[in-house]
Each structure stands twice: as structure tokens, then as C-alpha cells.
Design a protein around this ligand. Structure first.
Ligand SMILES: [Zn+2]
Length: 196
């Protein structure tokens, strides 16, 4: 067991080197200024939930990710490093949100069906039938420029489905060229993982 623990510690430190942010996003202090000690220090691990299917046609699941935290010594900001596709402040993966937007806006599925494909929580209260608050919130956040900032603002008169469609097509355009001939859902899924 001691051997295992040592091995883990080694892997941990290698991972930490690899993902350590180059500079602080708040005060822009460099992680390793020339001739000075480290400014951004490891600050432990934290569990983070991520919801949604792992592939465009997969069953929705909830997975727990280990994310790494750092602290900036000059300004004391805590910096969280997350894998691509994890959005700050959102429990659903970017890929799941992109998929929901495409199913709703491009394929025109009813909200309940979209929810079935994207949310691991299938039990819906009677009042929630026919609506899915999470998707409504994402559409509102896109309208306000708080989610997927690469998506152009929609004119105010656009319906929720139109906003979702425009967002999904923007995400599809971000997919790698190798997916140029893939179906839309696949391109949206891949593009969302890369989107900001
Ligand atoms: Zn800082």
C-alpha cells in the first residue's frame, strides 16, 4: 500500500505540473516569473459533478470529476482548473447543453423529450411536465451573453427555439474539420466541448 501511495503522489505531481495555469486570471501574475519562486501553488483537489450523456446518443449520466485548485500568492485568488467541456457554475457539461440546444432548436423535439436525452434525473414533478427549467435558463443565459459567448446575440423577438437553433449551429461550426461530414448532433456535441 505504501508503494501505491508513493506512486499516486508522483502521478499527482506530474498532473499538477501539466495543468497549472500559466498566469492568474485575476491579477495576471505569472506562474513562474523568471528568477523568482512559484507564484501559483497547488491548493488541493475538489470533486465536481458533471451531468449529461458522454456521446450524442448515449444515456445521460452524472459523473464526478476530480478538479485541481491553485492559489495565487500575490492576490490570494483560488483558481480551479477543469477539463474542456466543463463550464463554470453549471452542473451540466457543455456538450450536454449543446446537445439540448440542438435537439430543441434544430430537431424541434418537445422539451420533455430533450430532457429525457440529456438529464440523468428522469423523475419529473407533475407541474414540470412540458417544461424544463434548465433549458429555459440556458436559452436566457445565451440571450444575455452569459453562456457560450461565441454565439452572436439574437434579435429580441426571436423565440426560445430560434435562439437555441442559432446557438447550436454556432457550436457545430466550432467542431474540428475532421467532423465536417458528421451529422449535426455530433458536430454540435464536439463543438460545445471546445466552446467558450
Ligand atoms: Zn492573482
Amino acid at each position: 500500500m505504501r508503494w501505491l501511495a508513493r506512486l499516486d503522489a508522483k502521478i499527482e505531481s506530474e498532473v499538477a505540473e501539466e495543468v497549472c495555469p500559466g498566469q492568474c486570471p485575476r491579477c495576471a501574475a505569472a506562474s513562474r516569473p523568471v528568477g523568482r519562486g512559484l507564484q501559483i501553488w497547488g491548493h488541493g483537489l475538489r470533486d465536481r459533478q458533471s451531468r449529461g450523456p458522454l456521446t450524442p446518443l448515449g444515456d445521460p449520466v452524472e459523473v464526478t470529476l476530480r478538479v485541481r485548485r491553485y492559489v495565487c500568492r500575490p492576490c490570494r485568488a483560488v483558481i480551479v482548473v477543469v477539463p474542456l467541456g466543463v463550464l463554470a457554475g453549471r452542473l451540466f457539461a457543455a456538450t450536454a447543453i449543446g446537445l439540448a440546444l440542438a435537439l430543441f432548436g434544430v430537431e424541434g423535439l418537445p422539451l420533455a423529450k430533450v430532457r429525457q436525452r440529456v438529464s440523468p434525473w428522469q423523475r419529473v414533478g407533475a407541474t414540470a411536465h412540458g417544461s424544463w427549467l434548465a433549458l429555459r435558463r440556458w436559452v436566457r443565459a445565451i440571450r444575455d451573453g452569459r453562456l457560450f459567448v461565441s454565439v452572436r446575440r439574437s434579435p429580441g423577438h426571436c423565440s426560445a427555439r430560434q435562439v437555441a437553433e442559432r446557438a447550436a449551429m454556432t457550436l457545430a461550426a466550432l467542431a474540428p474539420p475532421s467532423l465536417a461530414h458528421a451529422v449535426t448532433l455530433q458536430r454540435v456535441f464536439a463543438g460545445a466541448a471546445l466552446a467558450r
